[in-house]
Ligand binder design. Structure first.
Ligand code: PMP
Length: 467
């Protein structure tokens, strides 16, 4: 006898109703702000239905919202808050900089050169580096530089890639969006969008566009679209094809650089010509972006640059009022000198993520659930599928496996999100998890237990045996 399925949309409606009833202050703030602020937030990614939660305070691994609920924070500001909230070292760096230096000086300050040296020592592919205000800005600036350097205009990117609000190639559903399908916010570059982890497709694209190919631009694990690691052979193919085509290989390590203190490129052993960084380097306390790479490319930013570059063009002007913002420079210096100092720290964080992902995929197998957790090291995403099996098929961090993503079940994802909120765990709405260095395995075990309970409680929706 087939088992009759209860109605998922009714259960989801109830979850939304419960959420609304228990978050009256968040609702009131949102009701007021939507009149002037689309969606009640200035970041679409943090919007959620029926309204976004308003967090009141972050301390250590926890967030407390305006209605007084406390959450173990597994979102960690989408990976920027990697050292935990209100970290003493970060706070001190900010306060000291303000006390001793001030805010913005309209001049070179004492931090920026020292910080640049720290980055160049860390990243062997960075002969020189420049700073900016975000990952998006950094990528946009560096791409313009690469185009000027090569004198070519085409940029190969990959389906599912996210390089910030002006260069996103993921499906809109992974961004919690309904849309016309057009990527209208993307910068008007000459993008060539190729399937990720698909070497033959990449070979074809490179062959077709070689004379005008400026660069191959990729994430080593696609973060925002669902934590899909690059296959190691694919990354190597990117390297050799870029070299053969006379194009620049550009790694967006805004998210993935945390896999090692020298970036994920160091673990993979494949090195780019240009790298972009962002997120956690200013501890989540300040805006941050950086791009750096080969001296012959970066030298185009030298004032008075006159050497010939492949394009035969002149130098490139890069400036920005807050590029050397005092508190950002000071905070990032403190992070590199005091917090993110040795490889064992990066390995601890990486291993904690591998362990958590294995635990979650073990639960998927135990419950025969239509759930799968993908990712690399301390970055991962929980998926629920409408069809097909994948209990226990988690992918690990060594860029080994192909993506196996089937059709995501958005309703199940939403239900899981509300279930986790109700149990005291704050994930990114798209079910991305980003671990902090300070979150303990004991704390994470409480999350594993909550997922175990949830998969039991929702067995009729998530269990393969019920479909
Ligand atoms: N690159 C990657 C890989 C990212 O994940 C993001 C942010 N999600 C960005 C760039 C853009 O960074 P920001 O949000 O600081 O502009």
């Amino acid at each position: 006898m087939p088992i009759a399925l209860p109605d998922l949309s009714t259960v989801l409606d109830e979850a939304v109703k419960d959420f609304t009833a228990s978050n009256p202050k968040s609702k009131a703030i949102n009701d007021e702000s939507v009149a002037c602020l689309p969606g009640g937030t200035t970041r679409n990614v943090i919007h959620m239905k029926p309204f976004p939660i308003v967090q009141a305070r972050g301390e250590g691994s926890y967030l407390t919202d305006v209605d007084g609920h406390k959450y173990l924070d597994l979102c960690a500001e989408y990976s920027a808050c990697m050292f935990g909230h209100s970290h003493g070292t970060i706070k001190k760096a900010i306060y000291d900089a303000v006390d001793n230096t001030g805010f913005a000086l309209g001049a070179v300050n004492q931090y920026e050169g020292r910080l640049a040296r720290l980055f160049c020592e860390r990243f062997k592919t960075m002969d020189k580096v420049r700073f900016s205000n975000s990952g998006t800005e950094t990528n946009m600036t560096a791409l313009a530089l690469v185009k000027a350097y090569t004198g070519r205009s085409k940029i190969i990117v990959f389906e599912g890639g996210c390089h910030g609000g002006l260069a996103t190639f993921s499906s809109q559903s992974s961004m919690n969006m309904k849309s016309s399908g057009k990527r209208t916010m993307n910068a008007p570059h000459d993008w060539i969008v190729v399937p990720y982890n698909d070497i033959p497709a990449l070979q074809t694209a490179v062959a077709e566009h070689t004379p005008d190919l400026a660069c191959i631009f990729l994430e080593l694990m696609q973060g925002s679209s669902g934590c899909t690691p690059a296959n190691a052979d694919f990354v190597k193919a990117c390297r050799s094809l870029a070299t053969a085509a006379g194009a620049v290989l550009f790694f967006d390590e805004v998210m993935t650089s945390r896999m090692s203190i020298h970036g994920y490129q160091h673990l993979l052993g494949v090195y780019p010509d240009m790298t972009s960084l962002g997120k956690y380097f200013a501890g989540g306390g300040q805006n941050f972006g950086a791009f750096g790479g080969r001296a012959d490319i970066m030298n185009m930013l030298e004032p008075g640059y006159s050497s010939p570059c492949p394009s035969g063009g002149g130098g490139v002007y890069h400036s920005g009022t807050f590029n050397n913002n005092v508190t950002t420079m000071a905070t990032a210096t403190a992070v590199l000198e005091q917090l993110w100092t040795t490889e064992d720290k990066a390995k601890d964080l990486f291993d904690k993520g591998v362990w958590l992902r294995e635990e979650l995929n073990r639960l998927a197998a135990k419950h025969r659930a239509r759930m799968n957790v993908t990712g690399t090291g301390s970055l991962m995403a929980v998926h629920f599928f409408t069809t097909g099996a994948n209990g226990g098929g988690g992918r690990d961090g060594n860029a080994g496996a192909e993506a196996e993503v089937e059709v995501e079940d958005e309703a199940l994802k939403e239900l899981f999100f509300f279930d986790m909120l109700g149990k005291g765990f704050f994930l990114a709405r798209r079910l991305m998890i980003s671990l902090m260095t300070i979150t303990s395995r004991e704390e994470l075990r409480t999350f594993v237990q909550a997922v175990d309970e949830s998969l039991s409680e929702r067995a009729e929706f998530v269990g393969l045996d019920y479909s």
